[in-house]
Design a protein around this ligand. Sequence first.
Ligand code: CA
Length: 386
Amino acid sequence: MKEKTVLPVVVVALVGALVLTLGLWAMNASNQSVATAVEGADRSLERFEWKLVTTWPKGLPGLGTAPENFARRVNAMSGGRLTVRVYGAGEVVPPFEVFDAVSQGVAEMGHGAAYYWKGKIPASVFFTAVPFGMTAQEINGWLHYGGGLELWRELYAPFGVRPFAGGSTGVQMAGWFNRELKSAADLNGLKMRIPGLAGEVFAASGGTAVRLAGGEIYTSMQTGVIDAVEWVGPLNDRTLGLMEVAEYYYYPGWHEPGAMLEFTVNQQAFDRLPPDLQSIVEEAARATNGDMLDEFTARNNQSLTSLIDDYGTKLRPLPDDVVDVLYSNAVTALDALRQSDPMAAKIGSSYEEFLIGVRNYHEISERAYLNVRDRVLPPVSFTDSQ
Ligand code: CA
């Protein structure tokens, strides 16, 4: 009888303890979730509006599509908490003042090419293109898994600027010429729009290098201010109408074998973002970086075919002796750069070491595969008459 009365008491006590425990746990959990929500709510209520200034003419396909795509990705991923508005060259600042604008906080972000800042930061050329250097695939490997991006951030840190890879064009074209190049002697006296270290190489090879932004190229060719121009490749060159102002189109882009573009972010503006928005900026940049190479890979050949068939562009390979002269002067220019600037020496060593290793592996992978593919597929042919 006694046992029968004890059991319900024990059950009631156990249930009571359980309810109390669950209640305390629930209160605790509730307090935690409220605390988390309050903390999250504080930051999730913040809204950020950024300006992104570019070196490209407004709406330019290819290069100019990247910042637009980046802004669209950030706006969508952040649910509107971070909105990025894109401005073309000259809308907020002139094209070659993009870096300074980001450094000084006139704009929170920029999109352009690191080698445009060579006068201020000589080692910046490594992060766009080195003549006879790495391809797009290789430079992406170096930046993201070979220490390159850390060096880039170290290089820009004194300016309060944080760089991200901003898309690659792949191997560019050597450029448009208003006369045929039959030998290296034909470089003498040529005035060419060609930036970066390659500009120095071209000058040492007998020509004159001119730095012009994309929006200035067509008129400069048309009016004879320059005789030759390198811009990008078929997709972007056709958009600028370069086939209307020059007849000969040379390949390959010895000077820009995998031109890397850049997103630049004002470091203080980046630091003000909550961590999730910082991640969104980082991931949107990474996605846009890969996307650009996809677009150029997909569309360059179509544009090249149109240039040849619809406009009569004459496609030509660079003569071997032109390549030899350019290479010889490229070695000299690169050595001089590495000897004259401590950061260029440090970055140049990392770049060289990575190139040696990746070239070694690509010899028996990328190149070996293309060789065996060429053995079995029909030969490549172009429709222009040489
Ligand atoms: Ca170029």
